[in-house]
Design a protein. Sequence first.
Length: 590
Amino acid sequence: MHSNLDKSVQSTRRPQAQAFDPRAVRAQFPILQTRVFGKPLVYLDNGATTQKPSAVIDAERQYYESTNANIHRGVYQLSQAATRAYDAARTRVASFINAADLREVIFTRGTTESINLVSHSYARAFLDEGDEIIISALEHHSNIVPWQIACQMTGAVLRVIPMNDHGELDLDQYAKLLNPRTRLVAVTHLSNSLGTIVDAKKVIAMAHDAGAKVLIDGAQWVAHLPTDVQDLDADFYVFSGHKIFGPTGIGVFYGKLDLLEKMPPYQSGGDMIESVTFERTTYAGLPNKFEAGTPNIAGAVGLGAAIEWLSQYDLHAVARHEHDLLEYATAKLQPLPGLKIIGVAKNKGSLISFIVKGLSSLDIGTRLDADGIAVRTGHHCCQPVMDRFGIPSTTRASFALYNTRDDVDALVESLKRITSTARPQPLAASQSGKLAFPEPVASSPDEAAQLLEENFELLGDWESRYSYILDLGAKLLPLPDEYRTEENRVKGCQSIVYLTTRKRPGTRDGVDFLADSDADLVRGLIAILQHLFAGQTAKQILAFDIAGFFRKIELDKNLAMTRRNGLAGMVERIRNFATQLPAGSSQSHG
């Protein structure tokens, strides 16, 4: 049984806009009162996810405490109450983005699933061999890879709008890319890696003049400025709940009604059907056609609460506050020695990406964390952007309405200390010549591990252990330039890592290896691996429980997943080499 969904958008009752006071807003976020390593949390990773106000936390808890039931099918009162709560969330979303019809709002797991929905469903319905899709050089991987797959499925061709050195799209080149074979344009509204604001309305108008449809990735936009899909004339608009102070695992896919009605279902199962026999199935109307299975009901309720909470503030006042933070932070950061801001578009959102000469973004992020400051480091799922600027990664500080100038000051003061104590660039050119490999420190990896475990146990807290790891890395033997090749590059690391191996001279299956990285922390991890494995036999290396060792010294707790992946990549490279030696060929290296 389906709910009787009112197809018109009923404007939700919005409180009169309150005077915007970031400190009063901040007090509504419980997590911002916490401490990290004994210091107040300074949260500057809002581009990745925003924190949640008590209103959202309470709404989700209240749903589970008083309303939890499956929707649409139940005739009992609890199910009907849950259905009303779910439908009310859709109404709030539709009003927030000014959709013309409730059926144009589809709930998904987030921006990524929304883009995949369009790429699969739209491609099946409208793309043929030789058709063209245009994306931009600014895009997140989730707005690149789905279109690559769509092109592989259909024979369509992918085109890319280039950007200039400021990180702005070249719309003159975009105009040249548009042609009668262009079927779809998919671009970001606000770049997650550089902060560039794209003139989405102009991009859409140009595409429509060429007869193409447009998808706008609004993940980074919706929490900062008003969104009006009718004014934009967007064919598709997508965003995630967790970037607008709502829960994770819930997102929005908006599409124009006429397009949605022509597109086939993306997933199949319960609730998206009208009738099923073994001979044929007919599909439910919108929005159910695109919402197969039991949805994230609590997530939708939380998203509705987040939008209701945010709507009490004048988003233009929010934007002015965030722009002030951007200008203040830019003025404070630019004078720091060796610091360079990447992405200096004239029209920017409240986000700054930067590099510091002589320091990797990994090291910067780790040291900022020791001061309680949370930023994002890496390529931000935008590797083509990093390639465009010839860098492996940046450090990114992204601001939200609850941030203040005090947060910026904390960031700047911490960076001053970090830059003043920067070590020499780890990947500085080294002299060519005969390789010198480290000698074994013990008779087996187990014995070497015991020595390290004792040292880590004495050090106690992570800050002391981190310093110890850095000291180990500072003593690495040099890796000559001729070994810094693509063949020796370790994949999976967000920092630059090179590793070369050889059979230890005079042994049947001894393993030697040298490695280097642009990140001090990774150099320290290399030193730990050398401490464990240098000069050891293939059999010993393959038998050693490396995962158990990392747990004992608590690297599993204190390294981000991407850093653990990089460490795993180095271990895999060493173990794979060991399996090629006589005593290792029969060993498992899983």
